[in-house]
Design a protein around this ligand. Structure first.
Ligand code: PGD
Length: 773
């Protein structure tokens, strides 16, 4: 007999958990989802996996020697302790740090995706708690799209608005004639939305567009960045050279009189400065298609022909966020807007530019008029903040100045790092350097359901529940489903909800009243839902059912959303009335503000700036392969790497690395071999998959295999599992955004002929029992 099914949700979509005898025996896609994510296949195995953290743990050295900088993090055994001991030790350490150093000594940036659920969202819980204690140093922007969110306000006056309010897929499928996809529209990425989606419609939109006759052009080093069924023309661009191709297209538009000069005059500023650059008046190098071909490998004739097609058809130019997660990542998004402005189609249905249609599921979906409920975080009394990806710089260089977005700031000296719901060993670059940085603070605290590498590098480790073990409300700002995420199984071992952990700590520190406001879990859910319902009603929106009715029904269809949006339509209709938030009120192809900053790595107009690591760099003589370290197909980031779907993709237990047949043959590598991938920063093992879906001289190794150092005591140790962030470099995109540039690195690959080290990343660390704790 089948078990009882419970509706629930995850960042990769809604599902039904089938429960029998108190355990989840199967996970089924939500019945109304036309294209459910295969990542659902990872959930069941993760729930009771040995990699779950069973009880609070304290690093033996921290317990014995007390707080302080320590290079032994990640190597010493842990001492299991009771919850009262853990709360007492941690409350005393928090009190010490806040008394001596204030919130400026606490890094609570705690970047990461955590889990779906509006109340138990780990970072929101942490931030609320730390704000009750006096605040914390923040991380600004994201690893996902930090370069984009910093540059776009200078160009179009806002960014959040354009991400949330991109032209709708429903409009694109009806109007776009030519869809230029820099980085493609990989369906794997569109499966994911922070907070989860109840339906995944992107495949259907692409099918509808194709059926209507939309032509697709894919510029990417990997062919499967667009599904085969759209029949795209693949231009296998040299990684990191997209901006050169865009300039070659722009040059053709100017050279052949295909530019919409009226649009540029009416809606933009600074095109003259950019045109001078394009023609080579400044640097003697006209950015012709031939010039672009030398950098990108795309034949000049192809670029010219494409520019002509773009000028005659309703054209949407989309750049995925991967293009801005590289050195000088600000340039591609800026150049996309410039190209679209030159075509004069911005604000028309199906034309103009897009940023991230292939990066995240919510782009192009109808935004709700009232964002779903969220836990209020209170006010942070600390002003200090860093660009989020500069965390290792901050820990290694306290007191040193750095440039960011036109400001000169100073890195604070951090004594305590508190991380909930993120895994820097997944998301950060140059992991040897990160390990050295994590030796600097006095104390590191981590809450996670799993023994991630970050948990292993902490001093106090507290086991968190997963969503199926707690009650929550699931929803996202661009999805029509609000889901009652009812608890369906008991917490694993001694795992607790973040809210319970922080409530206990808040009590011990005397801030329970501002933290809890007297509510327990269910009272909060009721409070958040009812507050949202009232807000919707106040705005004149639909009358939604009461919390009790919603909770009993399990699902609410939210109908109050903006459908069929066309981005910048208002601006096109009346650029004076709908002025942009830029200094000129227009699209800024040349930005006086950015120019004034005087950053060589981000000048006043979009430019080709040669990356340090790409196939055209001198370093390519030693490391001749370009590594694309992109987001994975078989899991969300590093989440549930232990799951069945993720495990099924591994090659001899290692993360698959894709390599072109010519490069493989040259190195004597065959599919199924284990290979060593290396450069000056580090090395990892991976499992070879030989395929012509990657361009020659490109290898692709997704992020998310759990970091597994051969010798945990050696910060430079080889990762035996295939985490590409041992190879990537830890430098900001530029002085402007200082964002994550983890997508690219130069490497060499060789067959691994040594004994195959076991995978230990999923085994709990060594423990040392101490009586009475
Ligand atoms: P996740 O693996 O999602 O990675 O980096 P991020 O840190 O978000 O980590 C989330 C962690 O939260 C997991 O360990 C999970 O177990 C834990 N967790 C889940 N639910 C809960 C909870 O309720 N409570 C607690 N305490 N923990 C929970 C993602 C980041 O990586 C992103 S967004 C991008 S786009 C970047 N992409 C790249 C890239 O393209 N290339 C490279 N080289 N590096 C990247 N890093 C970035």
């Amino acid at each position: 007999m089948a078990g009882k099914r419970h509706l629930h949700t995850s960042h990769w979509g809604a599902f039904e958990a089938e429960v029998e005898g108190g355990t989840v025996v199967a996970v089924h896609p939500y019945r109304d989802d036309p294209d459910p994510s295969p990542l659902l296949g990872n959930i069941v195995a993760g729930l009771r996996h040995r990699a779950r953290i069973a009880q609070p743990m304290v690093r033996a050295g921290w317990l014995d020697r007390g707080p302080g900088p320590d290079g032994r993090r990640g190597t010493e055994p842990f001492v299991p302790v009771s919850w009262p001991t853990a709360i007492d030790l941690l409350a005393r350490e928090l009190r010490r740090v806040y008394d001596l150093h204030g919130g400026e000594g606490v890094y609570g940036g705690s970047y990461g995706w955590a889990s779906a659920g509006r109340f138990h969202h780990a970072q929101s819980q942490l931030h609320r708690f730390l704000n009750c204690l006096g605040g914390f140093v923040r991380g600004e922007h994201t690893y996902s799209n930090g370069a984009l969110t910093v540059i776009m306000p200078y160009v179009v006056g806002d960014m959040r608005g354009y991400l949330d309010r991109a032209t709708a897929w429903s409009v694109l499928e009806r109007h776009t004639e030519l869809f230029i996809c820099f980085g493609g529209i990989p369906l794997k990425n569109t499966m994911v939305t922070p907070g989860g989606a109840s339906r995944h419609p992107t495949r259907d939109h692409l099918l509808a567009a194709k059926a209507r006759g939309t032509e697709f052009v894919l510029l990417s080093p990997t062919r499967d960045d667009l599904p085969e069924f759209v029949g795209a023309e693949w231009l296998p661009v040299v990684p990191g050279s997209d901006v050169a191709v865009m300039l070659g297209l722009a040059y053709t538009l100017v050279d052949e009189g295909l530019c919409d000069r009226d649009f540029l005059a009416r809606y933009c500023v600074g095109f003259d400065r950019f045109e001078a650059y394009l023609r080579g008046t400044e640097d003697g190098a006209p950015k012709t298609p031939e010039w672009a071909e030398r950098l990108s490998g795309i034949p000049a004739g192809t670029t010219r022909a494409l520019a002509r097609r773009m000028a005659t058809k309703r054209t949407l130019i989309n750049a995925n966020w991967s293009l801005q997660r590289v050195e000088h990542g600000e340039q591609a998004p800026w150049m996309i807007v410039t190209l679209a402005a030159m075509l004069g189609q911005i604000g028309l249905p199906g034309g103009g530019f897009g940023q991230g249609y292939g990066s995240m599921g919510y782009i192009g979906r109808a935004p709700l008029r009232s964002r779903p409920p969220a836990l209020p975080q209170r006010v942070n009394a600390v002003r200090a903040a860093i660009p989020v990806a500069r965390v290792a710089d901050m820990l290694l260089h306290p007191g040193e100045p750095f440039d960011f977005d036109g400001q000169r700031r100073v890195y604070p000296r951090i004594r305590l790092v508190y991380w909930c719901g993120g895994n820097p060993f997944h998301h950060h670059q140059d992991l040897s350097r990160l390990r050295r940085a994590l030796a600097m603070p006095d104390t590191i605290v981590v809450h996670d359901p799993f023994w991630t590498a970050m948990a292993r590098h902490a001093d106090v480790v507290l086991p968190a529940t997963v969503t199926l073990e707690r009650n929550d409300i699931g929803g996202s700002p661009s999805d029509p489903g609000l889901i009652a995420m009812r608890q369906v199984i008991e917490p694993y071992a001694e795992a607790r909800n973040e809210y319970t952990i922080f409530t206990d700590l808040a009590e011990a520190l005397g801030v329970d009243s501002p933290f809890t406001e007297g509510r327990d879990e269910m009272a909060w859910l009721r409070h958040l839902y009812e507050g949202w319902r009232e807000k919707v009603a106040h705005r004149g929106g639909p009358a939604y059912p009461s919390f009790d009715e919603f909770w009993a029904a399990g699902f609410l269809e939210v109908t109050d959303a903006d459908a069929d949006l066309v981005v910048l339509k208002d601006f096109r209709d009346d650029p004076e009335r709908a002025r942009l938030g830029t200094p000129s009120g227009r699209i800024e192809i040349f930005s006086e503000t950015i120019d004034r900053f005087g950053y060589k790595d981000c000048p006043g107009h979009p430019s080709w700036l040669e990356p340090t690591e790409w196939l055209g760099a001198p370093l390519a003589d030693r490391y001749p392969l370009h590594l694309v370290a992109n987001n994975p197909t078989t899991r969300l980031h590093s989440q549930l790497d232990v799951g069945a779907f993720s495990q099924a993709s591994k090659v001899q237990g290692r993360e698959p690395i894709r390599i072109h047949p010519v490069d493989a043959a040259h190195r004597g590598i065959e599919s199924g071999d284990v290979v060593r991938v290396f450069n000056d920063r580090g090395s990892c093992l991976a499992g070879a998959v030989v395929t012509d879906a990657v361009r020659p001289r490109v290898v692709q190794l997704a992020t998310g295999a759990w970091y597994d150092p051969l010798d945990p005591a050696d910060p430079d140790a080889m990762c035996v599992h295939g985490n590409p962030n041992v190879l990537t470099f830890d430098r900001g995109t530029s002085k402007l955004a200082q964002s994550c540039s983890g997508q690219h690195a130069l490497v060499e690959v060789e067959r691994w002929t040594g004994p195959l080290p076991p995978i230990r990343a999923y085994d709990p660390p060594l423990t040392e029992r101490r009586p009475g704790l």
